[in-house]
Design a protein around this ligand. Structure first.
Ligand code: HEC
Ligand code: HEC
Ligand code: HEC
Ligand code: HEC
Ligand code: HEC
Length: 368
């Protein structure tokens, strides 16, 4: 009896010792395939050392708030920092971002506001395996590995100091779940080769984004009106979702019979030139200037996104002229060009916009 109590006491205090950290590469010695997938995921690259966009915004946040946000951002991007009470990026456990041991040590989930809501027991592996017996480590079943609950502490909601919603993937998903019963894992952890994929593909890999929206084109001759109908058929939340940096925008061209552009809905910056075809959230300061970084925002001046299953109709009046072809592209950007430039990000991965879907339409008569 005395021995048991002694043992429990020791293991409890060890839970919070850095010696109990197990690196992903250690898990990878036996789970190689999963380790390799995870290594190229944004979870492994979520830290200020590996994600230049996160690092850029993080450094700006520190500078503009005189250090107030220094530890706040790290909680979800390097969540082991909250377990071991240090945000130093010298530590291996912080360099690994959202590492194996962080997810698989979660014994209880106490809320959906931060990685701090996840309670860990570092010497046990938790998973949804109902009968874990053959593992090389102590294993315990937790049902929440099978559903969104495991993801929501970091992905549900984030508010800024003025209580404005910065992101709300959780609430967007909840409404969708009521009718579909689909969880995050159903789309983000497919089973391509026997294991649930640990690539956690989102928008940094192209596959999910591509064709997540259905686009239909039509026009009325008499009204010279060109109509684009967009339906989010692929995502269990808004498109775009997550950080308000994301932009989704329509680019529409009208061509003459020789393929010259007669008209386009915007040239340089859709935020200034054409909000009609823009899907994003714009947070602004008290004077109404936006986009500004979330920590400076006092209001949301624009919010329009493609909600799951809902058709959104966008109309354009085409100019007079001999229009033969009209083409529409729905584009995705990680962040407005202006912001990437300001952060000094030159990696084409972040700079290039991606095509979600594109379609063209011949105007039979050539005369609209
Ligand atoms: C010495 C080899 C070894 C190491 C190291 C190891 N595992 Fe395992 N693990 C196994 C074996 C064997 C199984 C059972 C068969 C299987 O599912 O692959 C298993 C099963 C699992 C399962 C499925 C559920 C279960 O318990 O059966 C999870 C989740 C898991 N391991 C996570 C991890 C994590 C996270 C780490 C690092 C913290 C890790 N493992 C380190 C060998 C290992
Ligand atoms: C400890 C916090 C945490 C947990 C738990 C978590 N995530 Fe994440 N996730 C993040 C962070 C932080 C990022 C952003 C990384 C970046 O881009 O720097 C992210 C990014 C993602 C992305 C985007 C990848 C891309 O290519 O754009 C997807 C998809 C994702 N997570 C799915 C999930 C799913 C599914 C779960 C639950 C099984 C989950 N996450 C659990 C913190 C978490
Ligand atoms: C029906 C499938 C589906 C479900 C369910 C789903 N997603 Fe997604 N998710 C997508 C698709 C498709 C995209 C790419 C389009 C987009 O960005 O919305 C995506 C993108 C993302 C991104 C990247 C957003 C960005 O722009 O960086 C994150 C993060 C994410 N999902 C998290 C989640 C979380 C967390 C859940 C559960 C609460 C979830 N998803 C449920 C399909 C799904
Ligand atoms: C964002 C949280 C998260 C991270 C990080 C994560 N896993 Fe998982 N893991 C899950 C979920 C969710 C499942 C699916 C439910 C289940 O099977 O337990 C899973 C399943 C597994 C399984 C069971 C195999 C299967 O197909 O169901 C193993 C083994 C495993 N993970 C190992 C690892 C290893 C090793 C790492 C790091 C290289 C890792 N996980 C990182 C959330 C995570
Ligand atoms: C509650 C957990 C949480 C906190 C706290 C948090 N983030 Fe994130 N962050 C996420 C998740 C989850 C994603 C992925 C969503 C997406 O892809 O849009 C993300 C994505 C990002 C991205 C996009 C990265 C990329 O490569 O596309 C940036 C930039 C970012 N966060 C900056 C910050 C900054 C700066 C702070 C501190 C002010 C912060 N985050 C605090 C959870 C968090």
């Amino acid at each position: 009896m005395v021995k048991t109590i002694y043992f429990i006491f020791i293991s409890f205090s060890l839970t919070f010792s850095q010696n109990n950290f197990i690196s992903a590469s250690k898990c990878g010695e036996c789970h190689q395939e999963i380790f390799e997938e995870w290594q190229s995921s944004m979870h492994a690259r979520a830290t200020s050392l590996k994600d230049p966009l996160f690092n850029g915004m993080y450094q700006l946040a520190i500078k503009e708030t005189e250090g107030k946000l220094k530890s706040k951002c790290v909680v979800c991007h390097s969540p082991m920092s909250a377990v071991f009470h240090t945000i130093s990026m010298e530590e291996e456990f912080n360099q690994e971002g959202i590492t194996c041991q962080f997810c698989h040590s979660t014994t209880h989930i106490n809320g959906y506001q931060s990685a701090k809501n996840m309670e860990l027991e570092l010497d046990t592996v938790y998973s949804d395996n109902p009968d874990p017996e053959n593992s090389a480590h102590p294993s315990v079943h937790r049902e929440f590995f099978n559903n969104s609950e495991l993801c929501l502490p970091c992905h549900a909601i984030m508010k800024n100091p003025k209580d404005l919603e910065v992101c709300a993937t959780g609430a967007e998903w909840k409404a969708y779940y009521e009718t579909t019963r689909k969880n995050c894992q159903d789309c983000h952890m497919p089973i391509p080769n026997g294991n649930k994929s640990h690539l956690f593909a989102g928008t940094h890999q192209n596959d999910l984004l591509k064709n997540s929206v259905e686009m239909n084109l039509s026009h009325s001759d008499s009204l010279r009106e060109f109509t684009i109908t967009l339906t989010n058929i692929g995502a269990g939340h808004a498109i775009p979702t997550g950080t308000p940096l994301r932009m989704v925008m329509l680019k529409v061209f009208a061509y003459d019979s020789s393929g010259n552009i007669l008209w386009e809905n915007w040239k340089v910056n859709p935020i200034k030139e054409d909000k009609n075809g823009l899907f994003m959230k714009i947070m602004a300061d008290a004077e109404g200037n936006g986009p500004v970084p979330p920590w400076r925002a006092t209001q949301t001046i624009f919010e329009r996104r493609l909600m799951p299953g809902e058709a959104t109709v966008v109309n354009y009046q085409l100019p007079k002229g001999e229009i033969y072809d009209v083409e529409a592209r729905l584009l995705y950007r990680f962040a407005p060009e202006m912001i990437l430039e300001r952060l000094g990000i030159t990696d084409p991965h972040f700079l290039k916009s991606r095509i979600i879907v594109q379609k063209g339409m011949k105007i039979q008569s050539g005369k609209l």
